[in-house]
Every structure is written in C-alpha cells, then in structure tokens.
Write a protein that binds this ligand. Structure first.
Ligand code: PA5
Length: 428
C-alpha cells in the first residue's frame, strides 16, 4: 500500500519564483491560515471540511460500508446521479483506482442534459439489477433532478413502487430541498450532507464515500490519507507546509501575469481527478474579475494536441505536474528480432520508465520554453494517496482564495445560467 508523504518539487521554478518572494508572501499566508484556524474569514460557515478527516467516526463509516454492502448484494449496476461537487470526487476516486476491472459497474448520470446519454445508459443497463445513489445538497439542481425523475420512473416500471425503496439512496441536506421531501414521502434511505461543507469540498462525506465504497474501494484508507495530510498541513510555515507553499507559488506567478494553470499528468486514469481539481479551483477562485484559469492535460495524449501551444504560445501559463512515484502494474517493451521499428534500444524496459523520461523531458522543455512548473509527487495510486491529494488541494484552494481576498466557498456566478435557463423553460 502506498503511504508516503506528498512531495513538492520546485526545481523548474528557478528564475520565476524566488526565495524572497516566498518570504514576502508569508504574512499573507499567515493571515489566510488564521482565517482557517480561527474560523473568522469569508465563508466561515463552510469550514466543516477542515477537521472532517479526524471527525468521521467509525460508526459513520460502518453505516456507509453496510449500505454499500446492501446495495452491492442486490444489484450489478449502480447509477450515481449528481453534478459538480456532488459527483466529481467519487468519479475521480473510482476512475483513478480502476476497480471496475475487479468489481462492480458504477455509472454516472445527472451531470448533463443529453437525452441521448441517458437513453443510451438505460439501454445499456436494462438487463442488469440496478440501484441508484442520488446526490444533491440543494436538492433542487435541474440536471440531476431530471435524471433522477427519468431513472426512478424506469426503476418503478422494472421493480414496482414498493421494491424500488430497496434500490434508492438519497444523499442531501438534513432538512431542506425537493430531494429531502422525495426521500421522506417515498420512504427512501438517506444520508446527510453536513450544512457546513460545500459540494466541491464534500468528497469525504457520504457524497463521495458511499459510491466509492460501492466500487469496492477502502474508504477507511481514503480517510486515513486525508488525516495524514491534515497533520502535514497544520503549520503556517511555508517550509513545513507544501499545501501552503503550492498556494503561495500559484499566487506569486499569477501576480506576474501567469493566469493559466495546467494540471498535467502522465496517467490517463487521473483524468477525473484533474476534473475534480478544475472544479475545486475554478469555483473557489474565479470571482471578482480575477482568476487563475484551471486547465488539465493528459500526457502524452495532449502533448500531441496542446504541446505546441504550451511550448511556444503566449507566456501566460504555469504548470503543475501530478506524478506517481510508483506504478501498480509492470508492462515491458518486448524484444523483436527484425527490429523494423528500431525500438530494440528500449527492449526490456518498463513502459513506466519511458513514461518517466517523457515527464522529465516535458517539464524541462516547458521550463526552458518559459513555462514555470512544479511537481506534486504522490507515492502511487491508492485510496490513501487520493485522500492525501484531496485534502492537500482543498487546503491549497482555500488559502489561495484567501490570498486573493475572496470567499473561496461560494459560487454565486453559477446562478446566472440557471436563472436564464429557467426563464427560457418557463419555470413557474
Ligand atoms: O461545489 C459546489 O457547491 C457545486 O459544484 C455543487 O456541488 C453543484 O452545483 C451541485 O449542487 P447540488 O449538490 O446542490 O445539486
């Protein structure tokens, strides 16, 4: 099991971020740190995630594990309905750790309004035994609400109104919202999303934990990783807290005109982790006419689409590499007698070794091309390391937002499209 501490490698920031600049920003970091500790900064009512890893009790874990066992015992497909913070943490974990190969089929819905998508999903799983986990903190978000109405209808036809009660779990607010009323009226089981935790900070609540447990992933390990990272990020001192150091670096670079951050990884299974990261930073920081635009790249894939732009386009980019120290599975390049492809110089080498060289070459080429970059190293793809990474980035996003002088925990801008859409749809 991979359990080493996270590392931050800043070699490729030389000439872009100086020791003096890090020292100069330290008082601002201290102020942001105090907002978190004293709970008196903007959005102070949404700090439930800060101590959450320590506070998740064993009875809560047991209840979630028991519900996951119950779901798994009567279904061979689980549909997780939700959008944004109500689905990305679960999807990030499940897709990164790829348990599908050995475990259940987990499907996601409610994150778009494509009729094709939902019809195709129902066709794909029509012969399976299905359970549904529907997640919405507000309980009123249109996309998951529509998906739930359609899927609930489908289940009702398949199993009948009484039996679907065993197949639906709602995760929502303790008291308010349409989903809460539905759960109560129709007798569906439900789990609560704490009031003081916003969607994008909710992966360690039932929002993330129940789907992750259904996928056969050890949620205790996930929480243990977050606990370890919480301990590692208690200090206000940048030299002792790499989460704060990362937040400081981003803001130093931003103030120098580096307004786009690319999170780059050399492992396609991290794709949805990167999507989670994009939401975390995009919604937390994009306010008041300021923002670091968070983008993600899957390398090598995107080296052959975005690589040119990163290397030689406008110099307003910085990059954060997310790299695993070790891989889970060995894959070796075979020897070939004819060697028509001239690849025998790599015969016997692990593909991971070649991938590592691709990373080393890319970070150095981008650095030399004027793209400062840092690397966050985690030991390997495990629930523990993902727990570390979730907490690391949550804390960095909070502090980064405070450095910018905004409330990192709200998302008022998201309402604009919703209001226009409701008007167009004639919502009463
Ligand atoms: O981070 C957030 O708060 C948002 O991304 C929400 O999670 C997202 O909008 C979904 O909202 P809800 O859970 O209320 O359906």
């Amino acid at each position: 099991m991979f359990k080493k501490r996270l590392k931050l490698d800043i070699k490729c920031l030389d000439g872009f971020v100086s020791k003096k600049e890090l020292k100069d920003i330290s008082p601002e970091i201290k102020k942001a740190h105090n907002f978190l500790v004293k709970r008196n900064g903007p959005g102070k009512d949404f700090l439930g995630w800060v101590d959450l890893p320590e506070e998740v009790g064993s009875s809560h874990i047991k209840a979630i594990e028991s519900e996951a066992r119950n779901i798994n015992s009567n279904s061979d497909a689980v549909i997780v309905i939700g959008i944004g913070g109500s689905y990305l943490g679960a999807r990030a974990t499940i897709e990164t750790l790829e348990p599908k190969k050995i475990n259940k089929n987990i499907f996601f819905a409610g994150h778009n309004l494509s009729g094709d998508f939902i019809s195709n999903l129902l066709t794909e799983i029509q012969d399976k035994d299905i359970s549904v986990i529907v997640v919405s903190k507000s309980g009123t978000t249109t996309e998951p609400a529509i998906a739930f109405r359609i899927i609930e209808n489908f289940l009702r036809k398949k199993y009948g109104s009484k039996k679907i009660k065993e197949r639906i779990v709602c995760i929502t607010d303790e008291k308010n919202g349409a989903l809460k009323s539905i759960a109560k009226k129709r007798g569906y089981k439900s789990f609560v999303i704490p009031n003081n935790i916003g969607g994008r900070f909710s992966v360690l609540t039932p929002v993330g934990l129940l789907p992750i447990a259904c996928a056969g992933i050890n949620i205790k390990e996930l929480i243990a990783g977050a606990c370890a990272e919480r301990k590692d990020s208690l200090s206000e001192n940048l030299n002792k807290n790499i989460s704060y150091k990362y937040a400081a670096i981003r803001n130093i670079l931003y103030r120098k005109g580096k307004k786009i951050e690319i999170l780059s990884s050399f492992d396609n299974s991290l794709h949805y982790f990167d999507e989670w990261w994009k939401q975390l930073f995009g919604e937390s920081e994009g306010k008041g006419g300021q923002s670091i635009f968070p983008v993600s790249c899957d390398f090598s894939t995107d080296l052959h689409s975005m690589g040119q732009l990163i290397q030689e386009g406008e110099r307003n980019i910085f990059e954060t590499f997310l790299v695993a120290e070790k891989q889970n599975v060995r894959c070796i390049v075979p020897k070939n007698k004819e060697n028509l492809d001239n690849l025998n110089y790599l015969a016997g080498k692990r593909v991971d070794y070649i991938n590592r060289k691709a990373y080393e070459a890319t970070r150095s080429a981008h650095f030399e091309g004027g793209v400062p970059n840092n690397t966050i190293w985690f030991e390997g793809k495990s629930a523990f390391c993902l727990g570390q990474l979730f907490y690391f980035f949550e804390k960095a996003a909070a502090v980064s937002g405070y450095l910018r002088g905004i409330n990192p925990f709200d998302q008022p801008g998201v309402e604009s499209y919703k209001n226009k859409m409701f008007k167009l749809l004639g919502k009463p």
